[in-house]
Design a binder for this molecule. Structure first.
Ligand code: NAD
Length: 434
């Protein structure tokens, strides 16, 4: 009889470990598994959620300004539509990948369930470097991408919105292209549009404002005065810049901000309006602003502050820097900024993380208001929008905080438990077709 020598698994190299940690889909599935196990969810249901409902890959040929032709790769993913039409942003970034878009779509499914919006989850992305493209090239790419995914989207099917490097202008091009293709003005096909073509008041600031509302709720239940705390915000785009501005307008000291070009720090508090002016005058980047200490981009999350708001990209808080984080609270403005490995370290260290699927849900919430307004062709004022947003954020926070306390679980697990209960009920009720 011959005995087989067992094949010894090679230990993973640091690079292999980091590549695994950086894979957003793997992180998302680890979060799903953890919450499903805690809930004792049926395997069949978990299996359904481990698969995206539909995945579309398109090629997007674009004539560049110099006459050359470039072909970009784009994706639109519907993760789940059991609770309603699919909803989620479109990202333009050189590091877009199908796994990333799938993870972001999954997080949208969870987020819409957490804040009880009648939507499923979607996401889209195009692999490109928008900083190296002209407005005309971006417009041609957006219109061609829209035409390639046109059969996949629609006001009652899948409603895109802005995400990293896309904005109200991008949404205008999508809305216009789609409207031409279907032969009628269809504002409800996208949200995050300018107000002039059916956008909602308060949408641009909604995600940052939602982050602020969450911080306020947190301060009340944890018994601290927000104005006595210091805040650092990573990322100075739609979410980060608006969050920094709104915290600062409410008398909260923002001691740090950063973007791809660099970080800024002042323990006495930064002048956010002055940094916004500097950013506008310097190609949309904040580096070089003279009235603050410069912090390297990759060290920013380690700055001294009470509340850290990652509002840039995924996997910024990793097992490398999690042990060095000085904040007591992390409120996730970005999607997936904390890796599963880092999450465990932060739990161990007693740092509370308010998860993305709750903390940045202000954006999709006001997108929902925009869609409702478009469908009924009746528009609300900003006071009404902000009041409704505040109500939804406060209610969702309270529901999750209660689970966190009652079940003695961290806030991420509590949010996933709430979302999965709602989503699970919908999947069970609808059953399996045929
Ligand atoms: P944006 O393109 O407007 O801004 C992104 C910002 O992050 C820019 O300032 C960029 O310079 C900066 N950045 C990129 N990499 C960085 C790094 N390594 N360190 C520091 N800064 C870095 O994008 P956005 O819409 O603000 O989105 C930011 C995050 O928030 C993403 O995770 C997105 O999915 C999430 N989000 C956005 C919305 C929304 O309404 N726009 C809603 C919910 C969640």
């Amino acid at each position: 009889m011959t005995t087989k020598t067992p094949i010894k698994a090679e230990p993973m190299t640091v690079e292999q470990k980091e590549a695994l940690e950086a894979n957003a889909w793997r992180q998302a599935m680890a979060q799903l598994d953890r919450a499903a196990a805690k809930l004792g969810m049926e395997q069949f249901l978990v299996e359904r959620l481990r698969h995206c409902k539909r995945i579309l890959t398109v090629s997007v040929p674009v004539v560049m300004d110099d006459g050359s032709l470039k072909v970009f790769e784009g994706y639109r993913v519907h993760h789940n539509t059991d609770r309603g039409p699919a909803k989620g942003g479109i990202r333009y970034h050189h590091a877009v990948s199908l796994d990333e878009v799938k993870a972001l779509a999954f997080w949208m499914t969870m987020k819409c369930a957490v804040v009880e919006l009648p939507y499923g989850g979607a996401k889209g992305g195009v692999i490109c470097d928008p900083r190296k493209m002209s407005q005309a090239e971006l417009q041609r790419m957006t219109r061609r991408f829209t035409s390639e995914i046109a059969f996949f989207i629609g006001p009652d099917r899948d409603i895109p919105a802005p995400d990293v490097n896309t904005n109200p202008q991008t949404m205008s091009w999508i809305m216009d292209t789609y409207s031409h293709l279907v032969g009628k003005a269809t504002p409800g096909v996208v949200t995050g549009k300018p107000i002039e073509i059916g956008g909602s008041r308060g949408r641009v600031e909604a995600t940052g404002r939602g982050v602020f509302y969450i911080a306020r709720e947190l301060s009340q239940v944890e018994g601290f005065d927000l104005r006595q705390k210091t805040v650092a915000v990573q990322g100075f785009g739609n979410v980060g810049m608006n969050a920094a501005r709104i915290f600062s307008e409410h008398g909260v000291k923002v001691v740090g901000v950063s973007d791809v070009s660099g970080g800024l720090y002042d323990k006495k508090g930064l002048d956010i309006e002055a940094i916004i002016k500097w950013q506008k005058a310097h190609g949309g980047l904040i580096a070089g602003y003279p009235e603050a200490e410069a912090v390297p981009v990759d060290k920013f999350v380690e700055v001294v502050c009470d509340i850290l708001i990652p509002a840039a990209m995924e996997n910024e808080i990793t097992q490398r820097n999690a042990p060095k984080i000085q904040a007591k609270y992390i409120i996730e403005g970005a999607n997936g900024p904390t890796s599963t490995e880092a999450d465990a370290i932060l739990r161990e260290r007693g740092i509370m993380v308010v998860p993305d699927i709750l903390a940045n849900a202000g954006g999709v919430t006001v997108s929902y208001f925009e869609w409702v307004q478009d469908i009924q062709a009746y528009f609300w004022n900003e006071k009404e929008i902000n009041a409704k947003l505040q109500e939804i954020m406060a209610r969702s926070f309270a529901e999750i905080y209660e689970i966190h306390k009652k079940e003695k679980v961290d806030m991420r697990l509590a949010a996933f438990m709430l979302g999965l209960r709602r989503l699970g009920a919908a999947v069970r009720l609808r059953g399996v077709f045929p």
